[in-house]
Design a protein around this ligand. Structure first.
Ligand code: ZN
Length: 210
């Protein structure tokens, strides 16, 4: 097992559409084990194959408490079969060192995939929990989409990218999500206290990074 090099934003590999895995060979299993090693080494919650230079439809996630035992989830040839609700999510990506921004996500998702042994399974994540957001983030990587394409404010996102010497937002890649945005804004208006707490949490995370 080994730690792989993580490809960074700006590399065209991250914008390619990945191919389905036709057989979970020894080579694929080794790649998955290396992806897990790489994700844990980088203290990440998720990692997709294109991020280590392989345009294959595979991602790994572990949303368990970092101080407890590991709980790796492997998704091969995933399909999102249900999605609903909307949530504002403060996200980063191992391919964007340090750059975080607020993005739109579905609150609930159901995904169908194969595990490392080729056995099909269904995983459901609800109420905007970390797993729900991570699944959408990693799934996007397989279609050449990145979290910044879902940014709620393109100018804020651009400032963050600039701060970390990353290329600016690719305007043609921005994803139009008026229904998600509407639902998020309605929630924020209806829950001013929780919204304020969210903002405070983000500020705290930001100040910790400096
Ligand atoms: Zn990512």
């Amino acid at each position: 097992m080994s730690i792989l090099k993580i490809i960074e934003y700006g590399n065209p590999i991250l914008r390619e559409k990945s191919k389905e895995v036709t057989k979970i060979s020894k080579k694929i299993k080794n790649l998955i084990m290396d992806m897990l090693d790489t994700m844990y080494h980088a203290n990440g919650v998720g990692l997709a194959a294109p991020q280590v230079g392989e345009n294959l439809r595979i991602f790994v996630i572990d949303v368990s408490d970092p101080s407890g035992p590991i709980d790796p989830l492997v998704f091969v040839n995933p399909k999102i079969i249900k999605k609903s609700g909307a949530i504002s999510s403060y996200e980063g990506c191992l391919s964007f060192p340090k750059a975080y921004t607020t993005v739109r996500r579905y609150a609930n998702v159901m995904v169908k995939a194969l595990d490392i042994n080729g056995r099909p399974f269904i995983k459901e994540a609800r109420d905007g929990e970390l797993l729900a957001r991570a699944i959408q983030h990693e799934f996007d990587h397989l279609d050449g989409k990145l979290f910044i394409d879902h940014c709620r404010n393109r100018f804020v996102a651009d400032n963050v990218l600039k701060k970390y010497n990353l290329a600016p937002i690719e305007v043609d890649k921005l994803i139009d999500e008026p229904e998600l945005e509407e639902e998020i804004v309605a929630w924020e208006k209806a829950h001013p206290k929780e919204f304020e707490e969210q903002q405070k949490e983000i500020e705290e995370l930001e100040s910790k990074k400096e």
